[in-house]
Design a protein around this ligand. Structure first.
Ligand code: SAM
Length: 231
């Protein structure tokens, strides 16, 4: 992936970060020929739909201290690995249910000389484990599940006072309306919704949900129940 193009797209990033993104783009496209990780494989698509979209989260991560971020259903590393490239001080945990994606992430991070905790589990299982429950300053997720379901996957992982950053596309407004009860039951409240456009014109929404209080021991429920009866 051309460094010049990356420099023009992300002028605020340092050269090391741009070099890492360049490697990431090439490595993802090459690996994807053997193992299906993403439908977007052309360099411009990776730059805009994966890198630019992931970086849209950057202003919503607190800057003042090393923060712990869990990226749920990270897939080939979006937005988590891109955020780590931009903010190598992040304490990042990548939670992903599919093993082949973790193998890719392990190799990628080793080539990039970056480290993150890799967690091969479903988020809602991690949310019942004391080591992960209410352990993170921020939890992100993009393209994993509808917001009522995703809230029960992600909010148990967020510390009281921390934030859940849900990256959504067109249906954000409707999903948010359908999630009000779930968000309240999970001890949280919606802080804001930010609508933005990628440089190719695609509409996106970021929903910022603040965890207010400790979560009831009832949640998260088993996966089948979450899916059958969303809160
Ligand atoms: N976040 C990435 C992105 O935006 O490119 C990947 C999106 S992909 C459509 C959804 C990913 O979420 C898949 O890799 C899937 O294995 C993972 N996933 C779905 N439900 C999950 C859960 N409950 N816990 C952990 N991972 C999950």
């Amino acid at each position: 992936m051309e460094l010049e193009r990356l420099r023009a797209a992300f002028p605020a990033l340092q050269e090391t970060a741009l070099e890492r993104l360049s490697f990431y783009g090439d490595f993802l496209a090459g690996y994807n020929q053997k193992v299906n990780l993403t439908a977007i494989t052309d360099p411009e698509g990776i730059l805009v739909k994966h890198f630019e979209d992931s970086l849209a989260l950057l202003p919503y991560l607190p800057e003042e201290k090393t923060i712990s971020l869990a990226d749920v259903g990270t897939g080939a590393g979006f937005p988590g690995v891109v955020l780590l490239i931009a903010r190598p001080d992040l304490s990042l945990t990548l939670i992903e249910a599919t093993e082949k994606k973790l193998r890719f992430l392990e190799l990628l991070l080793s080539h990039l000389s970056l480290s993150a905790q890799l967690c091969h589990r479903r988020a809602e299982e991690a949310g019942r484990d004391p080591a992960f429950r209410e352990a993170f300053d921020a939890v992100s997720a993009r393209a994993v599940a509808s917001l009522p379901v995703l809230s029960e996957y992600c909010l148990p992982l967020v510390k009281p006072g921390g934030r859940f950053l849900a990256m959504k596309s067109m249906l954000a407004q409707k999903e948010l309306a359908d999630s009000r009860r779930a968000i309240a039951l999970l001890g949280a409240e919606t802080e804001k919704q930010i609508d933005y456009r990628l440089s190719n014109g695609d509409a996106r929404s970021l929903i910022v949900i603040k965890k207010i209080s400790q979560i009831s021991s009832k949640y998260p429920r088993p996966t089948s129940v979450i899916l059958k009866r969303p809160l």
